[in-house]
Design a protein around this ligand. Sequence first.
Ligand code: 8ID
Ligand code: ZN
Ligand code: ZN
Length: 349
Amino acid sequence: QLPETQWAQVIERPGSGVVYKRIPVPKPGPDEVLVNIKYSGVCHTDLHALKGDWPLTAKSPLVGGHEGAGVVVARGSLVTDVEIGEHAGVKWLNGSCLACEFCRQSDEPLCANALLSGYTVDGTFQQYCVAKAAHISRIPKDVPLDAIAPILCAGITVYKGLKESGLRPGQTVAIVGAGGGLGSLAQQYAKAMGLRIIAIDAGEEKEKMCRELGAEVYVDFSKSKDLVHDVQAATKDGFGPHAVLLLAASEGPFQQAASYVRPRGSLVAIGLPGNAYLKAPVFSTVVRMINIKGSYVGNRQDGDEAIEFFTRGLINAPFKTVPLSELGDVFEAMEQGKIAGRYVLKMPE
Ligand code: 8ID
Ligand code: ZN
Ligand code: ZN
């Protein structure tokens, strides 16, 4: 009783825009499930994929999207632990081999054979999406599928990044790109973890949102005359934040954060601007004992933990819902840096 065709947003060739059209409903393989997506968040990663920003080849034609929340409607013959009708999340990590050293040590995002939703396999900007059963996230039935969608990439990623930062309760985190999708959720996770927040982004709409989400200080990078000074001055002793979460989709802050982080502090690079480099002066990085690292989504356990923070009512970040057909407009607003928080697409009935 599943339909033969469905609505989807398709990138037909690299560099083309998205086309809203009907395509066939895919069939799950033996170890896969088919999820009837109800809502999908729009991540800046989807825009990077559209623009071909990264040194990583994407599938073509491609259905993007990797924050999909919906209902399991079919399963392959080897799938015994997922029931039809269960609520599930489809994430960036669509699948991994589960057998390599990284998978065995629960670093599945590092798997050389990982499948990436909305990049190397079709993602969640369609009504029916295939995912490896081992990698879907279970979503309790009483959780709203629109609000949980952004947790499936943005939430998991910032939660993992905060753990990777080594921050402890009472310490201060600077969140760069605090007004965006990842940034809005990072503030809620940071607050729930007992951290103090310096939010860095641009404009008054984002400032208002950041203050509501838990930021003690907002530094507007478009207005600040001396960002390094302003960020350090936001801490009581003037030594700066204990860690910096770099969530911006532009290179500038990746060159600057080492200058304002606290001695012995950490920079956690999470944003993925194209063709960008991290830069830090060797001398001060050594004598100030700065730690610089990357953090990439999260493993299955991180995913479940991030969802649990949400189901416990600790995570409340704003999102706007529009129909799947309006994805092109969302990308345009995102390109211009005009989105405070996240957009979530509602699939047609
Ligand atoms: O696993 C990962 N590492 C991972 C997971 C998910 C997303 C990485 N990402 C990457 C995306 O590919 C993207 O590069 O994180 C980045 C942010 O994704 P997003 O939160 O979905 O993007 P957004 O909603 O557009 O927010 C970006 C914010 O950065 C601000 C913008 O104003 C916007 O609010 N920003 C920029 I662009 N330049 C800034 C600057 N110089 C800045 N904020 C402060 N200083
Ligand atoms: Zn994402
Ligand atoms: Zn593997």
